[in-house]
Design a protein around this ligand. Structure first.
Ligand code: DGI
Ligand code: FE
Ligand code: FE
Length: 186
């Protein structure tokens, strides 16, 4: 599918803010590709499509994940929004014709990360958090600088921030988020 067609589809499906965020992640991932020497087009595609399944409500996410036989763990069952990565990768392949397994994996793991991420996966994980339309939080300027200077440090910073946020909120932490943090801090 051409980019124009993808934009049209995303614009129709996603709430306006989410659509703007997707384009923000696309361009932020492209900038990070310039810095780290990753393929610009692959970073753009993964960034643009990472939240393509975000338009569904929780029960719809569960229903679709079951329908497509995607693996669902306990944490995802209780927090079905976590499934938008797996569902997004599923649709990226089926609807948007993406066959590059690394792009699909970057979409799958963009929320939790995963141990030993590829450069492309790290870029999407970070770009999602730092893109210019993101709501400002105290540490964001520092995290944005790290994104362009020390990628692994930035990944850890984001994970630490997310784990803190989840524990304050009293929400269950997904095994994958935990494992990713352990991997990058051990
Ligand atoms: O989809 P976005 O809002 O752009 O960003 P995202 O895909 O990183 O999702 C962020 C949300 O995911 C945020 O509300 C925190 C939540 N989240 C991230 N890791 C975990 C988690 N929620 C639970 N329950 N457990 C996690 O490990
Ligand atoms: Fe997301
Ligand atoms: Fe996102």
């Amino acid at each position: 599918m051409e980019r124009e067609e993808m934009l049209q589809f995303l614009k129709k499906k996603l709430p306006p803010k989410r659509y703007i965020h997707s384009i923000g992640v696309e361009y932020t991932a492209a900038c990070m590709a310039f810095v780290y020497g990753e393929d610009v087009e692959r970073c753009r595609l993964a960034g643009l499509l990472h939240d393509n399944a975000k338009y569904m409500n929780d029960s719809e996410k569960l229903k679709k994940a079951e329908k497509y036989s995607l693996p669902i763990n306990d944490c995802e069952r209780r927090n079905p929004d976590l499934l938008h990565g797996k569902l997004g990768a599923y649709y990226a392949e089926r609807r948007f014709g993406i066959v590059d397994p690394e792009i699909l994996s970057a979409i799958t793991y963009h929320t939790t990360g995963r141990p030993d991420m590829t450069l492309l996966e790290k870029i999407v994980f970070v770009a999602d958090f730092i893109e210019p339309n993101r709501k400002m939080i105290k540490e964001l300027p520092e995290i944005r600088k790290e994104a362009m200077t020390d990628l692994d440090k930035c990944v850890v910073h984001i994970l630490r921030r997310t784990l803190e946020y989840l524990s304050v909120k009293g929400v269950a932490i997904d095994d994958m988020t935990e494992k990713t943090y352990d991997f990058y801090t051990r």
